[in-house]
Design a protein around this ligand. Sequence first.
Ligand code: NDP
Length: 323
Amino acid sequence: MKAIRVHETGGPEALSYDDVEVAEPGPGEARVRLAASGVNYIDTYQRSGLYPKELPFTLGLEGAGEVEAVGEGVEELSPGDYVAFASAQGSYAEYVVAPAENLVPFNVTLVEARVAAAVMLQGMTAHYLTHSTFPIQEGQTVLIHAAAGGVGLLLCQMAKMRGATVIGTAGTEEKAGLAKGAGADEVILYTEQDFVAETKRITDGEGVHAVYDGVGKETFDGGLDVLRPRGYMVLFGASSGPVPPLDPQTLNQKGGLFLTRPSLAQYSADREELEWRAESLFSWIGQGNLDVRIGGSYALEDAAQAQRDLEGRKTTGKLLLIP
Ligand code: NDP
């Protein structure tokens, strides 16, 4: 089969389109023929070596497709079932062999396989951020950075479902329009406007209850300034670069703020929690209550271009690789 592998870490040119053997599933595993694989920021961190891995390795953590074979002891899945996943290493490929406990079945007549692949990682992230990390209460106001991004568009929709007033930020007018379409009440063009001043103006100087920040370095300090006393800074990514170390006293000076830096793995390690999040997404999609924007689909061999576009701030919504 074809797979995108990394032999040496580096830029997008480090991605190699290789021929590799299709593996047999071992005990507790299943082999999935992929309909689509999701492209995520974490793949770029693995590629560059920021998140070190033993070389060579096949990239990709997310995807969806049809179970083709199951290993010993797997009773909950059978060939022909459709499954989606957010944590099975090696999904930039035609097939992946993964632990069955990481795979979530879905009804392919209700949710298209490409949509399932597109929603797992970013959708479960938006779910845990809005339902568990800072569980939004009706009537609260939140600021969502990069609101037209993959996680951003889903965060906007889920924050609205929970009854929030949503202020988004976006880099271009086109992106601002998409964020509004996803429910953002106000969108600040943070490439042209001072988002701190704008957020204070929109909230009549009161500030927001929580900031969801996946941008990191360029937005973090400003985010602390727009939180109301005892507000929550939910820092979940670093698309503009990592946030430098912080003196805890800053949180006191700015109003007794809370700061957390969570990852999906901490909010989906438990099978029940994984199923709760994934099944919520599938049921919202099936009912037409959650729109998953696939902003770009690329052939598997064009994975490097997909990553260039993601890192180059050129994309909206989700990027998929089609094997
Ligand atoms: P996005 O689709 O949001 O793409 C990144 C966006 O960030 C860009 O489109 C851009 O939007 C904005 N951005 C602002 N400054 C920069 C910059 N200097 N360089 C590049 N982009 C910039 O990506 P994802 O939705 O896939 O991920 C968003 C963030 O969430 C990432 O940091 C990712 O690592 C993190 N993440 C964290 C998870 C967790 O559990 N902690 C899980 C999943 C993702 P604009 O032009 O509008 O500014």
